[in-house]
Ligand binder design. Structure first.
Ligand code: GN1
Ligand code: MG
Length: 355
């Protein structure tokens, strides 16, 4: 077991023999391990990425506030939905700072659960929609002043474009296909910001990162029982979440899966996810928001592609990569997804109208 993991575990669990430790999930930002004690207790150990979260204490405060709040709300609802617990050291600390300055934390592991990287069936998509709707419902009464903003500017697409523009002036080598793709769509990036300025949509508490892998299913995959990775929960637009969830859910080959040529946005999964979302809580979205669903999926897919591509140009400091070209590969997949959404635009709008 790596020495830094051992030190963090003994900070939170002094005297507990942890005899198994292995990587958990495939997060692009933080490092995550599953730790199992000799008595069979399971824990999630995480090291936060300082390039992404410059103020980990603030993120941790949010997590404690949010998980306690969700637990209170869940007591009022008849559901098997659950939320992980933040584990504290015997002295009451929720974070451990290792000698190299990294911030660590320990969370409870949700037993008898499974995460998927891609959706295979409409039933799974429907469950994901229901889970996201339930999460929005549960957090809707949490005053946004109770949470700090862990990532100012997160999901503000025009800001990502500004960062890209600045960088483009400094780099010599760029991919012409990505550059042209972005140029052709730069007039669309302020769609959600404009709607917010016009006050046709308002800020609510959002998850921020509701991709497929962050939903926990029962082992038989019949029910979604939790939504994990709560570091990005903050005031935002429900359309950010719907856009992000749908771009992940409706891409059967996944974010890392196939070459960009094989990527398609799946209409059947789109309809199923939205049915699950609307069945869960029909009153969450206003009519204006509902009309913007298709544009939001297109925008958030574009935004993620832009974020991957910018990180590639910048030298891969934000997202973890397996090779120098990894973020370029990821960007092309998201851009292919945008193309697929664009080619089905009218049909997707019809699906939303028929809900
Ligand atoms: C990052 O770390 P992970 O994999 O949960 C990113 C999301 C992206 C996602 C794409 C804080 O999430 O915004 O949508 O990668 N998280 C952050 O896989 O930037
Ligand atoms: Mg995340």
């Amino acid at each position: 077991m790596p020495a830094d993991c051992r030190q963090a575990l003994s900070f939170f669990l002094p005297g507990v023999a942890v005899n198994r430790l292995g990587p958990l999930g495939e997060g692009n930002v933080n490092d995550t391990w599953l730790a199992v004690s000799d008595t069979g207790n399971k824990y999630v150990l995480q090291r936060l990425n300082p390039n992404v979260f410059p103020d980990p204490a603030l993120v941790q405060d949010n997590l404690s506030t949010l998980t306690s709040y969700l637990r209170l709300q869940l007591e009022k609802v008849d559901t098997d939905f659950t939320v992980f617990r933040v584990r504290r050291s015997p002295e009451g600390f929720a974070g451990y700072v290792s000698p190299d300055g990294s911030w660590w934390r320990l969370l409870s592991y949700i037993d008898n659960s499974r995460a998927l990287n891609t959706v295979a069936t409409p039933e799974q998509a429907r469950e994901i929609g229901r889970g996201l709707g339930l999460f929005h419902h549960l957090t809707s009464s949490l005053p946004s002043s109770f949470l700090n903003d862990p990532l100012p500017g997160f999901h503000v697409t025009p800001l990502y474009l500004e960062q890209y523009d600045t960088l483009l002036q400094q780099v010599q080598n760029y991919a012409t296909d990505c550059r042209d793709f972005i140029e052709d769509r730069r007039q669309d990036v302020s769609l959600l910001e404009d709607a917010r300025t016009r006050k046709t949509i308002r800020l609510r508490i959002i998850h921020g990162d509701p991709k497929v892998a962050n939903f926990l299913f029962t082992e038989d995959l019949s029910r979604v029982i939790s939504l994990i990775d709560l570091d990005t929960v903050k005031p935002g637009l429900l359309l950010h979440d719907l856009g992000d969830c749908l771009r992940s859910c409706c891409n059967r080959s996944g974010e890392e899966g196939h070459a960009a040529g094989d990527v398609t946005f799946d209409q059947e999964l789109f309809a199923a996810m939205l049915q699950g979302y609307f069945r869960s809580k029909t009153d969450m979205l206003t009519t204006d928001e509902t009309h913007l669903i298709v544009d939001s999926v297109r925008l958030i897919s574009f935004e993620l592609g832009l974020r991957f591509y910018t990180d590639y140009l910048a030298g891969n400091h934000y997202f973890k990569v397996h090779s120098p070209e990894h973020n370029l590969f990821r960007a092309r997949i998201q851009f292919a997804l945008v193309r697929s959404i664009e080619s089905q635009y009218n049909e997707l709008v019809k699906i939303v109208s028929a809900l």
